[in-house]
Design a protein around this ligand. Structure first.
Ligand code: ADP
Length: 269
């Protein structure tokens, strides 16, 4: 959490942005100048989990009750009946990324269930976008499934891949890639080489997905997979330009939702 908001910042004008993702829920309370961000694993009842996290975050922000204006985004954005506004993930990730990386002209977001590329105009508006939300390959889910098959927690995969010569992974589909990985282990290919190959495959796939949008720097990388330093490095090589991972990159969608809610509030005051 940056731009920290402390209990004394709490005020009646604060708004909330909630990103109901496929694996995690993120809540951001924003008061026009600073924000407080909190995260929780998603559950079988995302609406309830989101409300609990909203109540906790509001208390920590010094609010006596959660904000009246609540904007949702993400895969489960329609699960929260209390939401007063709903925004697409493209709109919120673009808004949040541009706030976190001012002047960024391109956003790559890789979350649990989808991957997207967004081209921005110089004032941060969405100029064009591409999205893969049909297939788990190239998403966080792909990495989590491979980590499970290889006995490595998803947040350690990058360190296994670092410095290893990638073994080419041919399967494009998560299910087939899992079989290929198991077969490679049986052939004696080193675990690090397989993991490096999986990282190379995600970076290649992402770069080819966004190629038609001609990404130009600065490129901001958001979503849970941006926390994997090896993906950052390989993606940067594939794109041929540096990739910036801002603090709070995992909160980009929730931050964007909160900023859009704030603009809406100001407009209708
Ligand atoms: P969603 O919004 O769909 O829940 P997130 O943007 O939160 O998705 O990203 C979740 C994915 O991020 C997980 O599937 C996992 O692969 C990856 N991830 C989460 N934390 C880390 C970490 N510390 N290091 C590497 N990858 C991570």
């Amino acid at each position: 959490m940056t731009k920290s908001m402390s209990a004394k910042d709490g005020d009646a004008g604060a708004v909330a942005g909630i990103d109901l993702g496929s694996t995690r829920i993120k809540v951001v309370i924003y008061n026009g100048s600073s924000y407080l961000a909190r995260i929780s694993d998603a559950s079988w009842d995302p609406g309830k989990t989101a409300l609990e996290l909203l109540a906790k975050t509001s208390r920590e922000a010094g609010l006596s009750t959660p904000p009246a204006i609540i904007a949702t985004t993400g895969y489960g954005r329609r699960c929260l009946s209390h939401a007063t506004l709903t925004f697409t993930e493209i709109a919120t990730h673009a808004k949040g990324a541009f706030y976190l990386v001012p002047a960024c002209r391109f956003v790559v977001d890789i979350g649990g269930q989808d991957a997207k590329g967004i081209r921005l105009s110089s004032d941060g508006r969405v100029a064009d976008f591409v999205m893969n939300d049909k297939c788990a390959a190239g998403t966080g889910r792909f990495l989590s499934a491979m980590g499970q098959a290889l006995g490595v927690p998803v947040d350690s995969l990058g360190s296994y891949a670092a410095g290893a010569e990638p073994h080419r992974i041919n399967a494009m589909c998560t299910v087939f890639a899992e079989s290929e990985v198991i077969s490679l282990i049986h052939q004696g290919v080193s675990r690090n080489a397989i993991i490096a190959g999986l990282h190379a495959s995600i970076a290649r796939r992402t770069a080819s997905m966004v190629a038609s949008l001609h990404p130009e720097p600065p490129v901001a990388f958001t979503g849970g997979v941006s926390q994997n330093a090896e993906i950052v490095e390989k993606l940067s090589k594939e794109l041929g330009c540096p990739v910036i991972v801002p603090n709070d990159a995992v909160y980009a969608g929730a931050i964007g939702a909160a900023l859009l809610a704030w603009e809406h509030q100001v407009e209708f005051q």
